[in-house]
Design a binder for this molecule. Structure first.
Ligand SMILES: C[S@@+](CC[C@H](N)C(=O)[O-])C[C@H]1O[C@@H](n2cnc3c(N)ncnc32)[C@H](O)[C@@H]1O
Length: 456
């Protein structure tokens, strides 16, 4: 297959091989230099890509428009992989003809520098920030921040290890990738692997300086049988709510659940962005809601558990606190949403929480778990003690990421209408949107909220 075709299918190792093969015969082939650089970018090897393009431009004395444009993108990606600021490179990508996909050429919605939705984020976008894998009090291993983070900080942006397209099996796609020694080692850390109980060295996820790690290992076939077992175990234990059927992001399989998550996930194209949902202290666990929603229009919707075995007895702070509230316990807060006829139960819970010795933080945690239910079905529910809009807005700011995008936005816009201090509420809403959805989408969301667009 031609290099372009391989790149379009994100088969970067093969594209790299094919480009090397051409360069061995014709070291001045612009097509092969571009192919090498694009493959390297796809593998997260931004520095190598920059070097390839600079040397290529010198060697061929070429002022090829494509090379110049690609070098600018590679340089921005290189800078971004150390700063974690994705907005600039994304802009570069969106506006770069060099990376426009066929579907984009066929017609994305453009407002000048930006092309929305139709174009996936560059598959090469990858960033691993300050976190590590370590034992968790909730269960087994988890991921933890290794430095203080501010709400909205990018913690990682990562590509899937494998994607099954067009109805193909994910297992097959993973086994295919498992021929690479680096991926094979990584898989051993997933549930079912030989090192499944151990903390995953995050360095394993960093792009390697050694290109050989990415190329097929011709001697790796013996290991493949062992890997099949790992992939089977992953398929059986994998959490569909977090990892959809056809995509495997290895990092996601290491994040524990909390009903009051500390990070938000957003999938754009096939790249998964994980940001701090609130300020986090070094050592705090990165927790995601397995039952949250993401921007459906952008790619993946995280689905509700459909199998009984997906229901877990949650040990998160909210659920642990709930076990102390007689009226709720043994009511399982986790995985069950309050129905409208549960209003009475909510009132009793509110009474209890207000009049016992919970700390104010604990009260907020418990109450926030129910924040979405104060306003349901497009109107404030018949709740005797409707908290002020600011109280709920604060709860949504902190925990809104647990809800689906539209319901969260709908809730916020309703709260904005009911708020006594509209300017303060608007500011909270803006911050919340930026935290949960990033700068670029926040703009889109605010327009929708302010002009009442959408069905909320
Ligand atoms: C994707 S794995 C998370 C990583 C896992 N802790 C490990 O060591 O590999 C999901 C599993 O972690 C456990 N888990 C995650 N969050 C939990 C929570 N809040 N309470 C109890 N168990 C949890 C459940 O057993 C769930 O099946």
């Amino acid at each position: 297959m031609a290099i372009d075709g391989l790149l379009r299918e994100e088969r970067y190792c093969e594209a790299l091989r094919a480009s090397f093969a051409i360069l061995a015969i014709d070291p001045w082939s612009i097509e092969a230099i571009l192919g090498t650089a694009r493959s390297l970018i796809g593998l997260g090897e931004y520095e190598h890509a920059c070097a390839t393009l600079s040397t290529g431009m010198e060697a061929t004395d070429s002022s090829s428009h494509e090379m110049v444009e690609l070098l600018a993108v590679a340089e921005q990606l290189k800078a971004q992989s150390t700063t974690g600021d994705f907005d600039q490179p994304l802009r570069a990508y969106f506006s770069s003809a060099a990376f426009r996909t066929e579907s984009a050429r066929a017609g994305g919605v453009s407002d000048g520098a930006f092309v929305f939705s139709e174009i996936p984020v560059p598959p090469m976008a990858e960033f691993l920030g300050e976190f590590q894998c370590a034992p968790s009090t909730l269960h087994g291993r988890g991921l933890f921040a290794t430095k203080d983070l501010e709400a909205g900080d990018l913690i990682f942006a990562t590509k899937p290890i494998a994607i099954a397209r067009g109805g193909a099996s994910l297992k097959q796609a993973v086994l295919e990738k498992a021929k690479m020694p680096r991926v094979a080692e990584l898989l051993q850390y997933l549930p079912g692997g030989n090192s499944a109980a151990a903390s995953l060295p995050v360095s394993l996820l960093h792009p390697s300086g050694n290109l050989e790690d990415y190329l097929d290992d011709d001697d790796g076939h013996e290991e493949a049988a062992g890997l099949e077992r790992v992939v089977d175990a992953y398929m059986a234990a994998g959490h569909k709510s977090v990892c959809p059927d056809n995509v495997l992001w290895p990092l996601l399989t290491l994040i524990n659940h909390s009903c009051i998550p500390s990070v938000t996930l957003r999938v754009v194209g096939t790249t998964l962005f994980c940001r701090a949902a609130r300020d986090l202290k070094a050592g705090e666990e990165l927790l995601v809601s397995y039952y949250g929603g993401s921007l459906k229009s952008r790619l993946t919707s995280l689905i509700w558990p459909s199998r009984p075995e997906d229901i877990i007895v949650c040990k998160c702070r909210k659920c642990e606190l709930e076990t102390k509230i007689p009226v709720l316990y043994p009511y399982p807060g986790f995985g069950k949403w309050i129905q409208r006829d549960d209003v009475e139960r909510m009132c009793l819970m509110e009474e209890f929480v207000l009049h016992n010795d919970f700390s104010s933080e604990d009260k907020q945690v418990v109450r926030s778990g129910f924040a979405r239910h104060y306003y349901t079905g497009g109107r404030p529910c018949v709740y005797v003690r409707v908290p002020t809009a600011e109280v709920v807005m604060e709860a949504v700011l902190r925990y809104g990421c647990t809800g689906g995008f539209n319901s969260c936005l709908g809730l916020q816009s309703r709260l904005l209408r009911h708020a006594t201090d509209k300017a303060a509420a608007r500011e909270l809403l803006l911050q919340s949107c930026i935290t949960h959805f990033g700068q670029a989408l926040a703009r889109e969301l605010l327009v929708r909220v302010e002009y009442g667009l959408g069905h909320f």
